[in-house]
Design a protein around this ligand. Sequence first.
Ligand code: AMP
Ligand code: MG
Length: 408
Amino acid sequence: MSPPADMLTFEKARQRILAATKPVTNVETISLDAALGRILATDIVAPIDVPGAANSAMDGFAMAADTVSADTGATLVGTAHAGHPFTDNVGAGECVRIMTGAWLPTGTDAVVMQEQAQINGQHVALDAAPAPGAHVRPAGDDICRGQRVLAAGSYLRATDIGVLATLGQMSVPVFRRPCIAYFSSGDELQPPESELGPGQLYDSNRPMLAALLAELGFDTLDLGRVPDDPQALEAALERGESADAIVSTGGVSVGDADFVRETLAAKGNVDFWRVAIKPGKPLAFGHLGGTGFFGLPGNPVSAAVTFTQLVRPALARLAGGQPAAAQRHQRQLAETIERKPGRTEFMRGQQLTSDAGQAYVRALGHQGSGVLSSMGIADCFIVLPADSEGAAAGSAVNVEPFAQRLWA
Ligand code: AMP
Ligand code: MG
């Protein structure tokens, strides 16, 4: 069953949002200390070989392999430590005591581990002659000069910082951090410091959005709680236009107090506002000038699901990076799921392992889109395609763990 004509499939909505999102272009050069989690703005090409010269992978004895044998052993002529090379030439039948990381002395091409050699005064007996190149790390073993080690658009992880440090980089060019404006909307929403009156509830979406944006490491602009009032919404959108994108929750559906879509249409343009995703069907996407606008549904689980599935990948692209493809695997279903086809569904699930070691997954009992606490009990989404009529116990379903890599 395909969705109604004015409702986009989940895949199409994701594509449309990604295609409409332009990366920031401003570049700043920052200290390596501050670069964790930033997006690299240029390719990094190695200016040096790493390691710079052949060195020992073991503590032992360096020698020229074809000048020694188990019968002859070798004559000890010196010592090489990491950072303190042995600078004389090593002749045929000679060896140098060498520590891990020390440069290989001129005239040598192999290392015998100390466990396979015995020192007796100046003579070193060998269990066996080494093969040429044994226990030697050649120059450029890790990185060769001129090699591209990191590509523009890479998300800088701790190990990338290590690679940049290996090349002697003190600073790194990264894209400017995007600034994302966000607000929640709804007359019923209250701040935590107030007593709840009739019909009111605490605003959970706005702190949740702030945290979801903080996970991405973006700058944010908090536009507050906005009442269900077109003028107030207009004012919020005007303030948000200075940001790179605006994310809101609530007021995008078809109720009498849902004004977000019409306000967006009046101030900018609406690309689409219905997506065949469950939870989360009403989702307005459009622009105010060059600023992307994501109007998420008010139900907190819908807001969380649409943010992670549709907004987050776009924001990763906005930042100049590459959103990671969702990591999914198949799991056997513990209990039958029945459902109406029509929308791609992200059910909250729990992955379990039986005593016999069988891995399976089950959908949590209460899938209401207002039941935010269930996100803490679940550890994955069970992803059912739009045409699925459910799945029988024992059949395989797609599982998307909550713990996901966000950047490619
Ligand atoms: P709406 O999308 O505005 O129709 O809201 C759908 C449901 O989500 C309603 O029950 C709202 O009270 C609830 N809701 C909307 N915004 C929030 C919010 N920021 N925090 C908690 N619940 C909300
Ligand atoms: Mg509302």
